[in-house]
Design a protein around this ligand. Structure first.
Ligand code: SF4
Length: 422
């Protein structure tokens, strides 16, 4: 195991955990985002035994286990690898970054099985050591469309359906290589190898596909990969369907059920109980999602209300109108060493004070890295030196309208803007 330093572009993995304010953290990357209930219980048990039991779901659908020690991180990794959930090779594990639409083969409206394609790509990565030199943040997205599309997400290489074929896009480009499912993994491999070769020729090595597209143009990358590319339809920015509560599937007796996690976190005990619910009400399968909302599958509409009550009793979210879904906050201080503010505690305080509604979004970020939310929000607060910069209707990289505010000042400001309570 390597405990890598927190250098730019580096990401913690199972075998390279990262030191944070509450111990070491390691990531588990479920293949195609699928967890059986037994595996979910195993991860929860290991998080409790070796860490502090806090589990965060990342925007790439990975599970982040916190509060490990250097020694217990090794035991945790051994458990996860022993269960077949990760590679024992640190280089492969670092680049095994493949996201897929959560419903996969369970969605009859999806034009292809995103899980099968994602597994083909993972197998290709495992068999091609040259690709283990990809930057650790390099990510491949498989958008199966259907009921829960990933249209509003981007990644270095993106696979989407296009007029009866699969289209392989590059981040920052407008063209795509078209292929059949049987040649998809080979197409992704050619483009990833082209990325490495062309990046190596630059004096300043691009670390992401978007940067290489800007530097050399996407035509050069497709040409280097030996692929013809066509203009593909512009990426829709429409929102994915609702991912919380019952998700009915066309003409299917069984549905999905999305469970919101307040601030993207689930405690180990709650994950164990959620796995039990997946068995009792569904087909015993859980899916991670980029919306930080695990999905249960095989649910009947008749069970939806009882399941919602049980989910709510765990402190998790079963109602798509729950205002907590519009609040984003990273762990902040003291859990994250980069933070000087208690982002989650302050977010909860502000949400309670101003009564956040579904029409407003609140993002409280412990620092400018903006781990919890990349997009814009009605109100974004970015921690700096124990105080906050405030950005309205923008993201954490936006221009602040006020700087250096204490949480008391922000609360007073928001309350005065809201007017007297009835
Ligand atoms: S945004 Fe900053 S403070 Fe928050 S978790 Fe990320 S690195 Fe830590």
């Amino acid at each position: 195991m390597t405990a890598a330093p927190a250098t730019k572009g580096w990401c913690p993995t199972l075998l390279s955990p990262m030191q944070s304010g509450d111990g070491w953290l390691a990531r588990v990357k479920p293949s195609a985002g699928v967890l059986s209930s037994a595996v979910a219980r195993l991860i929860a048990g290991a998080a409790r035994r070796y860490g502090n039991g806090h589990i965060d779901l990342t925007s790439r659908g990975n599970l982040q286990i916190r509060g490990l020690t250097p020694r217990s991180a090794e035991d945790f990794a051994e458990t996860i690898i022993g269960a077949g959930l990760a590679s024992a090779d640190p280089s492969l594990e670092a680049v095994r970054n493949v996201m897929a639409s959560p419903l996969g083969p369970d969605d009859p409206t999806a034009p292809f099985d995103s899980h099968a394609v994602a597994r083909d790509i993972e197998a290709m990565l495992a068999g091609e050591p040259a690709l283990w030199a990809l930057p650790p943040k390099f990510c491949i997205l498989v958008d199966g469309g259907g009921a829960l599309p990933l249209r509003d997400l981007t990644a270095d290489i993106m696979v989407r359906a296009h007029e009866g074929a699969l289209a392989v896009h590059l981040d920052g480009g407008i063209r795509a290589a078209l292929c059949a499912p049987s040649s998809l993994a080979g197409t992704v491999k050619a483009l990833a190898l082209a990325f490495l070769r062309l990046s190596a020729q630059r004096s300043e090595t691009p670390r992401r596909m978007r940067a290489l597209v800007m530097a050399v143009g996407e035509e050069a990358i497709f040409a280097e990969a030996g692929l013809a590319a066509v203009h593909a339809a512009a990426q829709s920015k429409s929102q994915a369907g609702n991912s919380i509560g019952l998700i009915s599937l066309q003409h299917q007796p069984l549905s999905g059920f999305g469970v919101g996690l307040p601030f993207g976190r689930v405690e180990a005990d709650a994950l164990t109980r959620l796995a039990n619910l997946a068995e009792r009400y569904g087909d015993g399968s859980l899916r991670t999602t980029p919306w930080r909302a695990p999905l249960l599958t095989g649910i009947t509409a008749a069970d939806a209300d009882r399941l919602a009550d049980e989910v709510s009793a765990l402190g998790l979210i079963a109602d798509p109108t729950d205002p907590r879904l519009t609040i984003f906050a990273c762990v902040g201080a003291p859990s994250c060493a980069s933070a000087t503010v208690d982002a989650r505690g302050d977010a909860a305080r502000l949400a309670a004070a101003i009564g956040v509604t579904r029409d407003q979004t609140l993002h409280v970020s412990g620092c400018g890295k903006s781990c919890a939310h990349r997009g814009s929000a009605s109100l974004t607060l970015v921690g700096r030196d124990g105080r906050y910069d405030l950005i309205r209707n923008g993201s954490a990289i936006g221009r602040p309208s006020l700087t250096g505010l204490s949480i008391d000042q922000i609360e007073a400001l928001l309350l005065s803007a809201k007017g007297p309570r009835p």
